[in-house]
Structure formats: C-alpha cells, structure tokens
Design a protein around this ligand. Structure first.
Ligand code: KG4
Ligand code: ZN
Length: 423
C-alpha cells in the first residue's frame, strides 16, 4: 500500500476522505457543490455514501454479508451455490432489509448532511440479484417520494467502470476491464453512459470460479483465510504456492475474440483436487497440503486468460483508432481487480502496448456505496438519466453494458503475439 492509498484508507475509516479533485469539478464546486447519496444492494454488500461534485466523499457506510454466506455455504444449499457463487438470495435479501436503513443513516450522519441537502439519490437498479436489487430500489423510492428528490437509476457495471474517475483524471475514451463475482467484461468507455462491448464471459465470472475453487479447497478452514472472500483466499494461499506444480490449459486459445470462459477451467481444477485428495488420502472438506500450489496454478491460468483477451482488445482498439496510442489507458475494476497477481500481468501487457494502467484501490474495487454515488454525480453533471418521475422504474437482474461489437472483434481474428508473462 503506498502512502496515498494508506492515507485514503485512514481517512475512509474515519468516514471522511480527502479525494483528489478534478479541475472541471473544482469550478463547479465554487458554486455550491451538489451532493448525491448512492445506495448499493445488488449482491451481498449493503452500501451507502454521500459524494459531492468535486469527488469528495463526505461519508460512507458498508455492511458486508460475506461471513454469513460463508457459514451458510458450508452447510451446502446446492441449488443456489451453483447459480450464485455462494450467495443465497433470500438470505441476502433479508440481510439487506435488516441493514439498509442503518447503513443509509450512518452514511448521512458521518457526512453531516440530511436528505434535504441532497441534489439526487442514485441507486443500483441493474444488473444483480433480483431479490437484492428490489430492497435498494424500494427503499430509495420511498426516500425519493418523501423528500421529493430526483432519482438516478444506476447500472452496477457502469459504476465499476467509472469509479476510477473519482480518483484519477481519466478522459474518455478508455479501455475498461471489469472483473467481479458476477461479470467479466471488456469494453471501451466512450462517455458516462456510452460503452462499446468488446467481449464478456460466455459462462461464469472469474470471481465466481475462484470462489468455487476456494470452497472446494475448503480454504475457509485455513486459519488465515477464515473470513476472506474466496478469490482473496486463493490469492493469499497462492503466495506460498508454486503454479508450476499443475499446468491448466488456458481457456479459449483457439477463439480469436475478446470473450472469456472460466467454467471449463474450474472443472479442470476440480479434477486435480479430486486426484490429489486420493493421493493424500484426504476427504472432501479437509485441507490438502498442496492446496497452495493448486490455488497458485488456478490463479495463474485465470491471470493468463484475462491478460491475453485484454491484449487482443488493446490491439483491436488501436487498429481501429477507437483509442489513440498517444493517451491510451487501461482501467481495471471490480472485486477480482484487487488481485495483485492479475494486476501484475495486466501491468505487463499495458506496458508492452503503451497503455497507462489504472486501477482503483482495492477498497473501491469491491462493491461499495461510493461508486454508486459517484456514478450519480457523473450522470448529474452530464444531465443523463436524472429522473423527476419514477413511475415504471423497475430493477433488472440482467442488463447489457453498451453496444455489443464482440462479433466485429471476432471477425478481425487478431492474433495476439506471445508475451513473456513473468508475473
Ligand atoms: O465486485 P464485487 O465486490 O461483487 C460483485 O459485483 O460480484 O466482486 C466480488 C468478487 C468475489 O468473487 C471475490 O471472491 C472476488 O471478487 N475477490 C477477489 C479478491 N478480492 C475479492 N478475487 C481475487 N483476488 C482478490 N484479492
Ligand atoms: Zn460489483
């Protein structure tokens, strides 16, 4: 952690963060800066934050359900586990219901503002777990109605993509890679609500895969990983492992597009786990002595797969002048983007292609209310999707991000040169 992230983290813990400010935003601030309350409930985090036009986070609060779900998944509810990567939607919904009021109140009180002071309320309405989105939307609409405030519906992945602009001055267009528990997306951000979709996962997301591998390896029984998210636990134990002990075939090598696939890789990892359990005479549910090597090898294969698809996206964007080589930037966000090993691989490919590489601090890569409030500010400034009437507003479990040009990418069939990935 560098001194900047350290001080950011410290100030966040105190509720107030001195975020760097944009010059354009500074001008707006000289009048009275507008404030947006952001509310996030799309998955297993209940988050709220107040952010002003200059990008200052006045206060935030977050209730994380991870430990509850970790305990529940140890008792196995297979239907939900396979579909939602360890989160049991009705349980998540109930926890959001129990916590949303307190989380919003805390964010407001730490900020020292009342709902009356807000310019708008921004809330994640898509994509995500339907039951969970419903809690945030219902609560927000009550506030909007009671205080007569404008409402800004937020696309969760757009929020992840724009978070970087809260802390760095990144101009459009930029290449963005979103890696989370529910998504894997490569896109070009051309404007606040203007994205070109280059590729996405055709099955599960990398976070989902890493969570499943972590569960299959019983990493929650590892003394150092008990309350860690699966992907984080994989990263943690992999530090002591050797990825060369097991070689997993990198997915989709023969498909020259920017799509991703992780479920085949997950099956390969499972097979190795079963084989090692036999060899070590260990029952499923117990820790393998070689768990760290399997974790390292799985993480390595995930990293190489992600890096190769991102490399092709860079070449495609430069070839078609979608991004200028003079100020090309790769932004990576989402929970899995806090993985240092994957970041290192992406840094190598960015350096090799003349792209600046930017990633929000880990705290802002995972779900939080700040990113939703900031997306609200971006939309407020651009006058995009700020609603004074909320009739007919619905949540949507699935929602594409931008215009899909993935077929066009595939038609180009760009060959990615070999890169030495000494991560
Ligand atoms: O973006 P996020 O907080 O929620 C979703 O929208 O999905 O991402 C959560 C995902 C989980 O799958 C979690 O295991 C993964 O991010 N994750 C990590 C790390 N920290 C969280 N994966 C790999 N390495 C990490 N350090
Ligand atoms: Zn997310």
């Amino acid at each position: 952690m560098n001194s900047f992230t350290r001080s950011l983290w410290k100030s966040l813990k105190c509720g107030r963060a001195a975020w760097p400010r944009h010059s354009s935003a500074r001008a707006a601030e000289q009048h009275s800066p507008r404030l947006v309350l952001g509310i996030e409930t799309s998955c297993d985090d209940t988050g709220a934050a107040v952010v002003d036009e200059s990008g200052a986070v006045l206060g935030e609060a977050l209730h994380c359900q991870r430990e509850v779900h970790l305990k529940n998944t140890n008792c196995n509810s297979l239907f939900f586990l396979t579909r939602t990567g360890g989160i049991i939607p009705p349980v998540a919904q109930q926890l959001h219901r129990e916590n949303i009021e307190q989380v919003v109140k805390e964010a407001l009180s730490v900020s020292g503002v009342s709902v009356n002071d807000l310019a708008a309320i921004a809330t994640t309405v898509k994509p995500g777990l339907a039951l969970c989105l419903g809690v945030g939307l219902e609560y927000s609409l009550k506030l909007v109605d009671k205080y007569k405030k404008p409402f800004i519906p937020i696309h969760h992945m757009e929020a992840h993509a724009l978070t970087i602009r809260l802390i760095n001055q990144v101009e459009f267009p930029f290449l963005v890679l979103l890696l989370s528990g529910g998504h894997c997306i490569l896109a070009v951000a051309q404007g606040v609500s203007d994205f070109l979709l280059l590729g996405q996962s055709i099955d599960i997301a990398p976070g989902d895969m890493l969570d499943k591998v972590a569960r299959r390896l019983s990493l929650s029984k590892h003394p150092e990983c008990q309350s860690m998210a699966g992907g984080k636990a994989i990263e943690h134990v992999a530090q002591a492992g050797d990825w060369r002990c097991h070689t997993f075939r990198v997915p989709m090598q023969h498909y020259r597009n920017c799509d991703f696939s992780f479920s085949g890789l997950q099956n390969l990892v499972n097979k190795v786990i079963i084989q090692q359990e036999k060899e070590e005479g260990v029952q499923e549910g117990e820790l393998l002595s070689c768990a760290k090597d399997i974790a390292a090898a799985a993480q390595h294969a995930v990293a190489v797969h992600i890096v190769k698809r991102t490399h092709r996206a860079m070449l495609f964007c430069i070839k078609h002048s979608i991004i200028s080589p003079k100020n090309a930037t790769l932004v990576v966000s989402g929970g899995v983007a806090s993985n240092q090993y994957i970041r290192k691989g992406l840094q190598i490919v960015a350096d090799a292609n003349g792209f600046a590489f930017l990633c929000p601090p880990p705290r802002l890569c995972t779900d939080n209310g700040v990113m939703i409030a900031w997306n609200g500010i971006e939309r407020l400034r651009a006058e995009l999707g700020v609603l004074n009437c909320t009739d007919g507003i619905r949540y949507e479990a699935t929602a594409p991000l931008g215009i899909d040009i993935s077929k066009r990418v595939e038609e180009d069939s760009i060959k990615v040169p070999r890169l030495k990935l000494k991560i």
